[in-house]
Ligand binder design. Structure first.
Ligand SMILES: Nc1ncnc2c1ncn2[C@@H]1O[C@H](COP(=O)(O)OP(=O)(O)OP(=O)(O)O)[C@@H](O)[C@H]1O
Length: 329
């Protein structure tokens, strides 16, 4: 596999203005991204994501370590490295606000050596694909945030770089636009063989688009794993039992002594018992205990854990018993 992004032992510290105290924002991060991979860069506020992204696109220089983009060092071969990256920063700072939608697209295609006709065709195609055709002659500063965001992504595609960095692409958007952008990004991720690094707090977007996630917390990588593996890792340990009647307090306490159990009364009158176990053989012990309690089981489902909860568990280090599981039926 061809490594397009190679980050090695990167550190960055800031000096606090008044006290001169050092803040270590990034404490020695290393990871690589292969060509065509779609990777989520996640972390709670203040984890160091923005600092890391800024170092990856040459806006900040690391105090230690190196960032290599397609074989070019971002510090010593900055321009060559930057030629391979498009950055869609949160807040749409990569657009010209006084130009129209079409003018922005035309401008950014300008340095690719395309003929006028080819540019016009490509721009029309993107306007159509991003549902911006009827806005093509409007100035960017009159557009909604969602439309600006779509235009930013279209501009990144037009530049046709191998790598796209997207910083919070759905932040502050309404549900409909966020959904539209999610669909566009999924399509780009699947069809265009782009290498995408996406930072987001929007976990459904991450779950849908990214194959792999790098989670950073306190300036360090705490997880670097395939999304599917993480979901499976947590998913298989939870079961949801539908019971014909509720357990009493003592019975629930016995279950909770051995496992993690949570009982709830559903709106339709059913009793749901969610049990999280550590090993698969414990599943049978749960069944045995329920038999002992004369609790009749109507249905057993595997409870599913979504990526949001996986993320919370990893970054907050929540003990398993604080993770609430949503049952699938
Ligand atoms: N210019 C700066 N001067 C001093 N400290 C800074 C500066 N920029 C960031 N920091 C500090 O560095 C740490 C990492 O910040 P960073 O913005 O990289 O995190 P983040 O993961 O992007 O967070 P968010 O999601 O809130 O943007 C934080 O403690 C932050 O307060």
């Amino acid at each position: 596999m061809e490594k397009l992004i190679d980050i090695k032992g990167v550190k960055k510290w800031y000096k606090k203005k008044k006290s001169n105290e050092l803040i270590e924002a990034v404490k020695g991060i290393s990871f690589q991204v292969d060509r065509g991979e779609v990777v989520g860069l996640l972390g709670p506020n203040g984890a160091g994501k923005t600092t890391l992204i800024k170092m990856m696109c040459g806006l900040l220089i690391p105090n230690e370590g190196s960032v290599t983009i397609n074989g070019f060092d971002i510090k010593s071969q900055r321009l060559k490295a930057l030629r391979h990256i498009s950055v869609v920063l949160e807040g749409n700072r990569n657009l010209y606000w006084r130009l129209t939608v079409r003018e922005n697209l035309e401008y950014f295609s300008g340095n690719r050596g395309m003929s006028k006709k080819a540019v016009s065709q490509k721009v029309d195609e993107l306007l159509e694909r991003f549902n911006l055709t009827n806005k093509s002659h409007e100035q960017v500063n009159t557009l909604s945030r969602g439309m600006q965001q779509k235009l930013s992504i279209a501009v990144a595609l037009l530049a046709d770089t191998d790598i796209i960095f997207l910083d919070e692409p759905t932040l502050g958007l309404d549900i409909e636009t966020s959904y539209e952008i999610r669909k566009l990004l999924t399509e780009i991720a699947k069809k265009e063989n782009k290498t995408i690094l996406l930072s987001s707090h929007d976990m459904p977007v991450v779950q849908e688009i990214c194959e792999r996630v790098v989670i950073i917390n306190g300036g360090e990588v705490v997880t670097d794993e395939k999304v599917q593996n993480l979901l499976e890792l947590f998913d298989t340990k939870a079961y949801s039992f539908t019971l014909t009647k509720a357990l009493n307090k003592q019975q629930l306490a016995v279950l909770n002594h051995n496992f993690l159990a949570n009982m709830s009364q559903e709106e339709n009158g059913e009793t749901k018992l969610e049990v999280t176990i550590s090993h698969s053989e414990e599943f049978y012990q749960v069944i045995d205990l329920l038999k002992e309690f004369h609790a009749s089981i109507e249905k057993i489902d595997r409870a599913s854990i979504d990526f949001e909860k996986v993320f919370m568990k990893i970054v907050k280090g929540e003990p398993e018993n604080e993770v609430t599981l949503s049952a699938t039926s």
